[in-house]
Design a protein around this ligand. Structure first.
Ligand code: AMP
Length: 213
């Protein structure tokens, strides 16, 4: 099963993608996580990506597409995958379709987790990420057991630079300009499914599993 998660930054698509990956035993592939891992390791890709990410802008398509296409060719992806944060532009979606078509494959579902902008800004300011393992929390909705400390690895929890309010507003406008057109793109392909992302996390998940079967 090949699934794409769509939705504004902070709509909760990452959380849903992780749950889908677990339930259907397929890898969760997050381009944001791949970039953050590269930043942490100090790679050339990480250094380049960081300059865009810190401003809330998209990393250029040419730095993203090959990375994802290579990742999808790995053994663990033969049964399918859930893509989180990719594609984010029409050229990325076209590149993905072209790469899959070469192998006689196609995306099965594009799931849009729909949340209005005003909810997003509120949510993002409460988000916290672990500096150690990257796990994410929310001070109200998904709090860690001990304030400021990661449940999984004991690392420090911080507000990511790209979750700061001024950056969030920029990410939202980038989303509307560059990523929202994908809703039309996948509607035309006949694979778009929209779920209400404002309801509790487990209800969003139930709506998604009802679609995926
Ligand atoms: P995310 O964790 O998915 O919200 O991604 C964090 C940041 O990484 C984004 O704001 C972008 O700067 C960058 N990024 C992640 N995925 C992509 C992509 N597919 N295309 C361009 N930039 C991306």
């Amino acid at each position: 099963m090949k699934i794409i998660m769509l939705g504004a930054p902070g709509a909760g698509k990452g959380t849903q993608a992780k749950m889908i990956a677990e339930k259907y035993s397929i890898p969760h592939i997050s381009t944001g996580d791949i970039f953050r891992a590269n930043i942490k390791e100090g790679t050339e890709l990480g250094k380049k990506a960081k300059t865009y990410m810190d401003k809330g802008e998209l990393v250029p398509d040419e730095l993203v597409v090959d990375l994802v296409v290579d990742r999808l060719a790995k053994d663990d992806a033969v049964k399918g995958y859930v893509l989180d944060g990719f594609p984010r532009t029409i050229p990325q979606a076209e590149a993905l379709d072209a790469a899959l078509a070469k192998r006689n494959e196609k995306v099965d579902f594009a799931i849009d987790v729909n949340v209005p902008d005003e909810n997003i800004v509120k949510r993002m300011s409460g988000r916290r990420a672990c500096v150690g393992c990257g796990a994410t929390y929310h001070i109200v909705n998904v709090p860690p057991k001990k304030e400021g400390i990661c449940d999984t690895c004991g690392g420090e929890l911080i507000l990511r630079d790209d979750d700061k309010p001024e950056t969030v507003l920029n990410r939202l406008s980038v989303y509307h300009e560059q990523t929202q057109p994908l809703i039309d793109y996948y509607t035309k392909e006949g694979i778009l499914k929209t779920v209400d992302g404002t309801v509790p996390m487990m209800d969003v998940f139930s709506a998604i599993t009802a679609i995926l079967g």
